[in-house]
Ligand binder design. Structure first.
Ligand code: SAM
Length: 248
């Protein structure tokens, strides 16, 4: 899948795109990341990309000309792409959105263009040139670069072949709308804390049932808001209700 990042700070991404699974996915050609340098489209001798807000107020606003020109160049280089403006005002980037973008990226040739803001954000007239707006959470970053990395990591790991074991993105937090069950590795006992017996017995059905219930209990206690949208059986819902009641 192809990602294109529109940014003033390409250097920000260097280490992150070369490291670990993402670095290997790029080497294997499963993921490509291109950049469009916003500075190139800056205006005047100093390649200015921001200006004072009309009406006054603190900070600078990203000028529409350079950002829209950069988006047009990105679109021309990736026909069929989806252009996403990164903004705290966008729809919340959650796991279902990551899945939606991964399947669109797998099927469509153009991939995803991620537009990173800086300063006090974008001139409003940039919005119609984008297909979507995403926020990675209810907080304000200094720029869209960290948000672009979050989106790339979350989407890329859902692409076929990117993770070593396909199962690792199928059985994890939020894959079925629940938080993941507790995980353990060696040693069997760590400072007096033992691994639950059921995980040591080798009975796959018992392990699966224990994990399902742990996921329900954990979700009911930590993120009860997720239970409404999760596909649950009547038995699951009973467990979840009991877990929430025990906690109260
Ligand atoms: N004044 C802007 C507002 O209230 O919407 C925020 C500007 S922020 C300081 C600068 C840039 O960081 C934004 O244009 C956006 O690209 C990025 N950004 C900040 N918080 C973000 C978030 N939660 N999700 C995605 N991008 C974010």
């Amino acid at each position: 899948m192809r990602f294109t990042i529109v940014t003033l700070f390409q250097g920000y991404f260097a280490g992150a795109l070369e490291s670990g699974i993402l670095g290997r996915a790029r080497e294997a050609g499963l993921v490509t990341v291109d950049f469009v340098d916003l500075r190139v489209f800056g205006e005047g001798r100093h390649r200015v990309t921001d200006d004072y807000p009309f009406g006054g107020g603190a900070g600078m606003v990203m000028k529409p000309g350079p950002v829209v020109s950069a988006i047009e160049v990105a679109r021309a280089a990736s026909p069929g792409c989806r252009v996403v403006l990164l903004t705290p005002q966008g729809r919340l980037f959650r796991q279902p959105v990551a899945r939606e973008l991964a399947s669109a990226g797998r099927e469509g040739p153009g991939g995803l263009v991620l537009v990173c803001g800086r300063y006090e954000g974008f001139d409003e007239r940039i919005r119609p040139y984008c297909d979507d707006e995403l926020s990675i959470g209810d907080f304000v970053l200094m720029g869209g670069e960290a948000a672009a990395l979050v989106v790339i990591e979350a989407v890329a790991r859902l692409l076929p072949g990117v993770l070593g074991a396909e199962a690792s993105s199928e059985e994890e937090t939020l894959s079925e709308g629940l938080l993941e069950y507790p995980q353990y590795t060696r040693p069997r006992s760590f400072r007096g804390a033992a691994v639950p017996e059921v995980l040591l017995g080798g009975h796959h059905a018992d392990v699966a049932a224990w994990r399902r219930r742990q996921a329900l209990v954990r979700t009911a206690r930590r993120r009860p808001d997720l239970l409404d949208a999760a596909p649950l059986s009547d038995d699951d819902r009973r467990w979840a209700r009991r877990a929430a009641a025990d906690e109260a």
